[in-house]
Ligand binder design. Structure first.
Ligand code: S3P
Length: 457
C-alpha cells in the first residue's frame, strides 16, 4: 500500500513536461511577501526530530515535494509525524536507535538532500534500506558520500556510475574518521556527521570553503555537542538528541528569485519577510550588492539558532562583476537567479570555480546558457562557470529541464523581456516552492500556468 502511494508521487513527476509557465513581459515587483520555509532546515527538522527523544514541533516547515519525501521516508520507518498543516509539523521522536525497517525502498523524488543525508543516517542503522528517486536524482553523483562513508565502515552499493539507487546494508558498526572534503558540500558534511552520531569515536569533517551549517546548528539546538575549529567540525558518536521546537525561516534560495527580479525591474520596491540570513547562505545578497543592487537588511533577529531578517530590494542599475570565489559556495543554489541579474547588467559578469553547478538538479551552467542565448544574450559556458554579457532580453520558449530553479529564474527574467516567455517542464517548482505562482503573481509578475496537474498553484 505504502509502496503504491510512493510510486504515485513518481508518476506525478512524469507529467512535468506538460506543465508550462506563460509569462508576460514587463512589470515591476512591489509589496511585502513571505516565501515558504527553508528547504535545508525543513529536511533537518524532520530528520533530527525523528532521531530525538521527545516531541519536536516545527513551524514554517516547507511543504514542498523534497521535504515531503524526507517526511514520508521517516513515516515509512515508523516515526509518527502529524501535519504538515499550514507549515506546522509535529514529530514524535523515536530516539537514535528507534527507527524501524521500511517495508519497501524509500522513494526520494527529486531530492538530493534527502538521498545524501539519509545515506549517512541509514549507514548507522541495524537494518537494510534501498533508496531511489526520479530521473534527475538517479543521475546525480553519490560517490562523494558513499566513499567517505565506506571509510567509516558503511556498506553501500550504488550503480557502477556511482548514482542511485543506493542499497545500504545495516548493522556494520561504524567508526569515526577525519575527512577532508574535496568539494565544498554541506550535504557531504551533513551525511558524515549524521553517520558520526552512530560511530565509535570522533568524526571530523574539514571543508575547503565554508558551506551551510544548518546541521551543526540544529544538532547543537537538540543538545548534541558539536565542535568547530576553523574549517573543521567534529562530533563524538554515542550521544543523544533531545527534542526541540524549530521556527523555520523563509528560504533565502526562494527569496533570491524575487531579489533578482526586484533588482532588475524598474520601479520595483519589495520587502521579503522573515528570511533566513545565515552567513553561510547570504552570497546572493553580497553578489547582488556588488553588482549595484539596492538591498537593505531590516530588523535582523535570531530565531531558534538561525539569523533572520526582512530584506528590502529596490531596482537599481546593475553592472557586471567577476564573482568572488569565496562567495560561490555561499550562493550555490542562487546562480540561476544571479545569471538573470547578470543578463540585465551593464557589461560582463564572470563566474568561475563553480563546476558544482553542472551536477545540480540539471547542468545549470549549460541549461542557463542555452536559455539566455535563446533570449538573445551573449552567454558563454566554461567548464567551471559562465561569462554573461548584459543586453536586451527577447522572449521565446525555454526548456527548464525539469529544474525548479531554472524555471523560476526565467519566469522572473520576463520582467525585463521584450516579449512573452514560455517555460516548459515546470512541475518540479513544487519541490521547493509550492505557491510560487500565487506569490509571484501577487508581487506583480504576469505569470500563468498551463497544462499539467493542478496543485493550487
Ligand atoms: C544543501 C546543500 C547544497 C545545496 C542543496 C541543499 C543542503 O548542496 O545545493 O540545495 O541542504 O545541505 P551541496 O552540498 O551539494 O553543495
Amino acid at each position: 500500500m505504502r509502496w503504491l502511494c510512493l510510486r504515485a508521487m513518481d508518476s506525478g513527476m512524469d507529467k512535468s513536461r506538460i506543465e508550462i509557465y506563460r509569462v508576460s513581459p514587463g512589470g515591476r515587483l512591489s509589496g511585502r511577501l513571505r516565501v515558504p520555509g527553508d528547504k535545508s532546515i525543513s529536511h533537518r527538522a524532520i530528520m533530527l526530530g525523528a532521531l530525538a527523544e521527545g516531541v519536536t514541533r516545527a513551524s514554517g516547515f516547507l511543504e514542498g515535494e523534497d521535504c515531503l519525501a524526507t517526511l514520508n521516508a521517516f513515516r515509512a520507518m515508523g516515526v509518527r509525524i502529524e501535519g504538515p498543516e499550514h507549515g506546522q509539523v509535529t514529530v514524535h521522536g523515536v530516539g537514535l536507535h528507534g527507527l524501524m525497517p521500511p517495508s519497501a525502498p524509500l522513494y526520494l523524488g527529486n531530492s538530493g538532500t534527502s538521498m545524501r543525508l539519509l545515506a549517512g543516517l541509514m549507514a548507522g542503522q541495524r537494518f537494510n534500506v534501498e533508496m531511489n528517486g526520479d530521473t534527475s536524482l538517479t543521475k546525480r553523483p553519490m560517490k562523494r558520500v558513499t566513499v567517505p562513508l565506506a571509510r567509516m565502515g558503511a556498506q553501500i552499493e550504488a550503480s557502477t556510475a556511482g548514482t542511485p539507487p543506493l542499497r545500504i546494508t545495516g548493522g556494520q558498526g561504524l567508526h569515526g574518521i577525519d575527512y577532508a572534503m574535496p568539494v565544498a558540500s554541506a550535504q557531504v558534511k551533513s551525511a558524515l556527521l549524521l553517520a558520526g552520531l552512530y560511530a565509535q569515536g570522533r568524526t571530523c569533517v574539514s571543508e575547503p570553503a565554508p558551506t551551510r551549517d544548518h546541521t551543526e546548528r540544529m544538532l547543537a539546538g537538540f543538545g548534541y555537542r558539536v565542535e568547530r575549529n576553523g574549517h573543521t567540525v567534529c562530533l563524538q558518536g554515542g550521544g543523544r538528541l533531545r527534542a526541540a521546537n524549530i521556527d523555520v525561516p523563509a528560504d533565502i534560495s526562494s527569496a533570491a528569485f524575487f531579489m533578482a527580479g526586484a533588482a532588475i525591474a524598474p520601479g520595483s520596491d519589495l520587502v521579503l519577510e522573515h528570511v533566513g540570513v545565515n552567513p553561510t547562505r547570504t552570497g546572493v545578497i553580497n553578489i547582488l550588492r556588488e553588482m549595484g543592487a539596492s538591498i537593505e537588511i531590516l530588523n535582523p533577529r535570531e530565531m531558534g539558532g538561525e539569523p533572520v531578517a526582512d530584506i528590502r530590494v529596490r531596482s537599481a542599475p546593475l553592472h557586471g562583476i567577476r564573482i568572488p570565489q569565496d562567495q560561490v559556495p555561499l550562493a550555490i543554489d542562487e546562480f540561476p537567479a544571479l545569471f538573470i541579474a547578470a543578463a540585465c547588467a551593464e557589461g560582463e559578469t564572470i563566474l568561475s570555480g563553480a563546476e558544482e553547478l553542472r551536477v545540480k538538479e540539471s547542468d545549470r551552467i549549460q541549461v542557463m546558457a542555452d536559455g539566455l542565448t535563446m533570449m538573445g544574450i551573449d552567454a558563454k559556458p566554461t567548464p567551471d562557470g559562465i561569462v554573461i554579457r548584459g543586453g536586451r532580453l527577447g522572449g521565446g520558449r525555454i526548456d527548464s529541464h525539469g529544474d525548479h530553479r531554472i524555471a523560476m529564474a526565467f519566469a522572473l527574467a520576463a520582467l525585463r523581456a521584450t516579449s512573452e516567455i514560455i517555460i516548459e517542464d515546470c512541475a518540479n517548482v513544487r519541490t521547493s516552492f509550492p505557491n510560487f505562482l500565487e506569490l509571484a503573481h501577487g508581487a506583480g509578475l504576469g505569470v500563468i500556468q498551463e497544462g499539467g496537474i493542478d496543485n493550487n498553484n
